[in-house]
Design a binder for this molecule. Structure first.
Ligand code: SF4
Ligand code: SF3
Length: 542
């Protein structure tokens, strides 16, 4: 295995250029990065075999594609063994597909467009990293984008919601990444298509979540941890939470959400469980501090997993595609007994513990999804018409460790009182415990949910534009986004696909965007880097 790596897919990449050498900033080792590249190369081989044979793609192929793409998202899978097993599964699925195609074609001779006869070789990702800067940039945008989309498609799939167009699109995009000759324009079109497909995928996940658990309703969530045994559950997978709630019912164990699991409190089907008590901790980058010596187990259902410190590694559990060497993994049978036993053994705190958010607040609110916000659309529209609401800010996206991220806290604090802040994803922990007051009976700060609930923000924006008879870009709405990992990449592409302009992005621009690609985005979409809260608010509000 190599001790040299190249990875520049996330915001904390070394020197804002790329992680090289023996390990990345996230703790991913060179051999793991190499296996993720090999897995991506195998997926490209499979995608080549699929070309022209789409009708013969099985559920097992769809499943392994989602798992593999999701496994390469930042802070998901650090485990060489599971990555090797995935590579093997991808290669086996490809071989099986080729065999089936060849059996079908025994009489009919293969022609050149019939992939299994010619082009089903796996791709060497080092070719991509050595490409011309602009081609590498756009192909990376596509690759990182589909990794994000796959994560959302995976969550929808575990609830039984799948979509053929989405699944087939992954193959098209993967094939383009492996193509030797590609025009810049084709790559730009494909990148925007990733955004279009992601919109479809977020809508599918929204349908899956709301049909399974009901429509989120505004809910206040306590940051207090009650005495006695408890389990902290983090990540985005609501089904894992539901199964954990079922298995812990009546056992004297309380459940606390963490990170992106917070919006779960707003779903009617999940809030019926009285032992779903509150939220523990803040965003992912604080986990090594917050979990040190915690008297409870932590279950990771998706990103963001940081390498567990020795102080709490014995109480960390993973499930689904999250994996870390030597950490207990709960498999597909979803028997959470080891987590439950650990909770009982550790016993929790001896007295109730009142924790606070970053700004000292003792509770937070969530549950302002599209259904909740649009049910008060008339009030909102009247407030805008009467001048009570002057502007909407969508301050949303991932949190991260970079010091400049307090921009988002300061931005929210400095917004005038006649403005509304919509938020979503884990970046909100910078300000979600602030009491910003109300406008016309509505809270000024509304948490729409997880990152995939960007779908709600889009629905609300489109509904407001309809009500005012204008384009979304003409609304008194500004998007101030923060990014960290690849789900933020696909959401950004969705906003670009919708033609949304003037987005302010931070804390830095993605290292994988070449100068020319940045210029293209600035010229066509007026995307800019955040400046200071004062300057940006002044510029936006005039
Ligand atoms: Fe570096 Fe981010 Fe890649 Fe980790 S995921 S190796 S921090 S660029
Ligand atoms: Fe956060 Fe990892 Fe992106 Fe779903 S939990 S948003 S960073």
């Amino acid at each position: 295995m190599t001790n040299q790596m190249f990875c520049f897919q996330c915001e904390q990449t070394a020197g804002c250029k790329g992680c090289t050498g023996a390990a990345g900033v996230c703790g991913k080792k060179a051999d793991t990065a190499g296996l993720q590249d090999q897995l991506t190369g195998a997926l490209i081989g499979l995608a080549r075999a699929v070309e022209g044979n789409e009708g013969m793609v099985t559920e097992a192929i769809d499943r392994v594609v989602l798992e593999s793409l999701f496994s390469a998202v930042t802070n998901v899978n650090f485990n060489n063994e599971t990555l090797k097993a995935l590579i093997q599964r991808v290669d086996e699925e490809k071989a099986g597909l080729i065999r089936r195609v060849n059996e079908k074609n025994t009489i009919q001779r293969c022609n050149e467009s019939n992939s299994p006869c010619g082009r089903s070789d796996n791709y060497d990702m080092n070719k991509l990293w050595a490409e011309n800067e602009d081609i590498r940039s756009l192909k990376s945008l596509i690759l990182f984008g589909i990794r994000g989309v796959a994560a959302y498609a995976y969550h929808a799939a575990v609830l039984g919601y799948t979509d053929k167009e989405i699944n087939q699109f992954f193959h098209k995009a993967l094939r383009m990444i492996g193509e030797e000759t590609c025009e810049i324009n084709e790559l730009i079109t494909m990148a925007l298509k990733v955004g279009e497909i992601n919109l479809k995928c977020m809508a599918l996940l929204d349908q899956a979540n709301t049909e399974t658990y009901g429509n989120p309703a505004p809910t206040t969530v306590s940051l207090k941890v009650e005495k006695g045994p408890f389990i902290v559950i983090t990540g985005h997978d609501l089904l894992d939470l539901k199964l954990l709630l079922e298995q812990t019912e009546g056992k004297g164990i309380n459940i606390y959400t963490h990170g992106e699991m917070l919006p779960a409190h707003a779903y009617p089907e999940l809030k019926t469980y009285s032992h779903l008590k509150g939220n523990f901790g803040t965003a992912w980058q604080n986990q090594q501090k917050e979990f040190a010596n915690i008297p409870a187990p932590i279950l990771y259902t998706t990103n963001c997993l940081m390498p567990p410190k020795a102080s709490y590694a014995d109480r960390v559990f993973t499930t689904e595609v999250v994996s870390y060497p030597e950490i207990v993994h709960i498999g597909e049978e979803k028997d959470f007994t080891p987590v439950i036993q650990k909770a009982l053994e550790l016993g929790g705190y001896e007295t109730d513990m009142q924790f606070t958010g970053i700004n000292g607040g003792t509770e937070v609110m969530t549950g302002f999804g599209h259904n909740a916000v649009l049910s008060v659309a008339d009030t909102v529209i009247d407030a805008v018409k009467a001048g009570a609401i002057k502007h909407f800010f969508l301050v949303a996206g991932c949190d991260g460790a970079r010091p400049g991220r307090n921009y988002y806290t300061e931005f929210v604090k400095q917004t005038p009182k006649d403005t509304v802040i919509l938020t979503l994803a884990c970046g909100k922990y910078r300000f979600n415990d602030l009491d910003l007051g109300t406008i016309g009976g509505l809270p000024r700060l509304m948490d729409m949910g997880q990152c995939n609930d960007a779908y709600s923000a889009i629905k609300v924006a489109v509904a407001l534009a309809d009500a005012f008879g204008c384009e979304v870009n003409e609304l008194p709405l500004s998007m101030i986004l923060s990014w960290y990992e690849q789900k933020a990449v696909c959401i950004l592409l969705t906003l670009l696909h919708l033609g949304i302009k003037n987005i302010k992005l931070g804390p830095t621009l993605p290292a994988f965007l070449s100068e020319n690609v940045v210029s293209y985005l600035a010229d066509n979409f007026n995307i800019g880097l955040i400046a200071t809260p004062e300057e940006d608010i002044r510029e936006i509000l005039g």
